[in-house]
Design a protein. Structure first.
Length: 277
């Protein structure tokens, strides 16, 4: 079992009602993933806390997102914002437990913001003590590295930047990730290794060198997430596979960080710095 206070920092909830109105511009449609199923999964894994990530499949509905957070004291949140988000809405989100915003630069999600919109959002959330979560692929990370270096608030590189496992840990994108990660304000979220593994479940052995390199790099600025319910899940190199067993994903983290002290940092101590519970 993971240490007490462990936190899954990345998952989505797709509940009934207004929060399930599909966004016609989204890259994928909503799925059935109610809070009750999330709770069951976390209980089975021994996960005590979580960070709910507002999804991009549904039309933005802050009332629904806020209700989900306020209804569960063990959750914090990361929201989707844009220039239309009002100051009053930002305050409501903060009061509900939101501590960050997420922007999608990865082309496959069809939600890439303009740099001006991104910078305005960063300026608005900075006084609130929030961070920015950036969803990028390797090519985006290389393109935007100077922007991320310039930020004055914490920035989390999502999903290990979707690096191509077949190119090894010496590839330019991963080397860029390691260099960025050394910056005092840059974090990396360990999630989605299963999606780009070629060797596959249950061990995802070819992902292990990447995780261990990150752990050796800066263990104090790593967090972990399941990415439940694994939307858009496919592994095209293998012709597609069913979504992973979350227990295998937790075991993979144990392979990344076999030392109990480091594991506790990733699962308990580090999330508390970003999401005080």
């Amino acid at each position: 079992m993971p240490p007490a206070g462990s936190c899954d920092t990345h998952f989505h909830i797709f509940g009934p009602g207004a929060g399930r109105k599909d966004d016609p511009s989204a890259a994928y449609k909503t799925v059935d993933a109610p809070e009750s199923a999330l709770e069951k999964m976390h209980k089975a894994l021994g996960i005590d806390r979580g960070v709910l990530i507002q999804n991009t499949a549904a039309q933005v509905n802050y009332a629904s997102f806020i209700a989900e957070l306020k209804g569960n004291a063990r959750l914090r949140g990361v929201a989707v914002v844009n220039d239309a988000t009002t100051d009053a809405e930002l305050k409501q989100l903060h009061d509900a437990g939101v501590r960050g915003v997420r922007f999608h630069f990865a082309a496959f999600l069809k939600k890439r913001p303009t740099l001006e919109t991104f910078k305005r959002a960063v300026d608005r959330i900075a006084p609130m003590g929030w961070h920015v979560l950036v969803h990028v692929e390797g090519v985006d990370l290389i393109e935007l590295q100077s922007l991320f270096v310039s930020l004055k608030i914490p920035v989390i590189i999502d999903h290990i930047a979707h690096v191509d496992v077949a190119l090894g840990i010496g590839q330019p994108a991963f080397k860029t990730l390691l260099e960025l990660h050394k910056r005092d304000h840059v974090w990396v979220k360990i999630a989605n290794s299963d999606r780009w593994s070629i060797t596959g479940a249950p061990a995802y052995a070819d992902a292990i060198p990447f995780g261990r390199a990150l752990v050796a790099n800066v263990p104090d600025r790593l967090i972990w997430g399941t990415d439940w319910p694994h939307v858009m899940y496919k592994r095209p190199l293998l012709g597609g596979e069913p979504p992973p067993d979350e227990a295998d994903l937790l075991n993979l983290l144990y392979d990344f960080a076999p030392d109990p002290v480091t594991l506790k940092k990733i699962l308990v101590d580090n999330p508390m710095k970003l999401y005080p519970f």
